[in-house]
Design a protein around this ligand. Sequence first.
Ligand code: PLP
Length: 388
Amino acid sequence: MDDKHFETNAIRTQTERSQFMEHSTPLYLTSSFVFEDAEDMRASFSEEKQRNIYSRFTNPNTSEFVEKMCKMEGAEAGYAFATGMSAVFSTFAALLNAGDHIVSASSIFGSTHGLFTKFLPKWNIETSYFNVNDVDAIEGLIQPNTKILYAESPTNPAVDILDLERLGQIAKKHNILFVIDNCFATPYLQNPIKFGADLVIHSATKLIDGQGRVLGGVTVGQADLIREIYLFSRNTGPALSPFNAWVLSKSLETLAVRVDKHCENALKVAEYLESHPKISLVKYPFLKSHPQYDIAKKQMKLGGNVVAFEVRGGIEAGRAFLNNIKLCSLSANLGDTRTIVTHPASTTHAKLTEEDRLEVGITDGLVRISVGLENVKDVISDLSQALE
Ligand SMILES: Cc1ncc(COP(=O)(O)O)c(C=O)c1O
């Protein structure tokens, strides 16, 4: 099965058929599983037998979802979580000890930043940050107690690109783990393990679900690391629900066709915005004007579905633009069939000082658009009337 193509694995990786000979995977809504006898139970708990015991540990629906994600990312093993953030938190909590240190890009998802600044320091785990445009600074930040190099690419919300191969080489040279949040790219567009990542994290809530229905997360990568994450999670309980796993596994069947179309639409939106006089800047990985266009081309199949752009006139112009939007949604999610626009400076990143916002590429007029699957002409005409 592993030698099959991406789309085939996404569709044909499936739980074993039951006596009902179902075609599509059924839902295993069960919190626990039964044993033949005392010996079966003992052998299962001691892990002499590989089988489902309790759905906090494993469940056929979550296992199917994880198996697909592993094939898509070229990973040895994985574990699925209730949300992207529980995947991020559990990965760090499982692998780090008090006194360890993280080196991270400063442009990372807001809640991950919150985890690094507010919560991990409670366990004496500190983080040093590098600017995405200054990868040369990374080696100077690595300390004897540094355990993880962490980044996202493309970044949220400024759509910056980091050279994954370069980061992988730095991590290897210093014998530290390289962990990537691959949420914006999806495994269809980018496989960080090929560039040296040890672990890849996803918020499955975004393009993996793709229809704005369920929350989910997953970490995949090296089997020995996943084993630590599994043991931590089995005891602490951030498991993905079987229902959400079933939804997400079904969604993966169409990931390739959906993401192809998302990217086609996003490129058209980016090109339209780049030609508009009221727009001062457009950032989309597959636009030639993107500062890291060559790197994006090297490591991504297509540019993704998120476009960041700046409306002339600062924070007020950004807010006015959002107020005039009619078809697209003002919502906190991304990676939905429905196009979503957000204004980070007045919403998700309003608590940051202007200086801190600028450090992570969030200018006052920056708008993030997650381009959906509507007819792109209707999306562009909505953006156009809002800009007038
Ligand atoms: C890059 C990135 N990582 C992680 C998350 C967190 O995912 P979740 O909302 O599923 O917890 C998000 C959510 O927006 C995200 O954009």
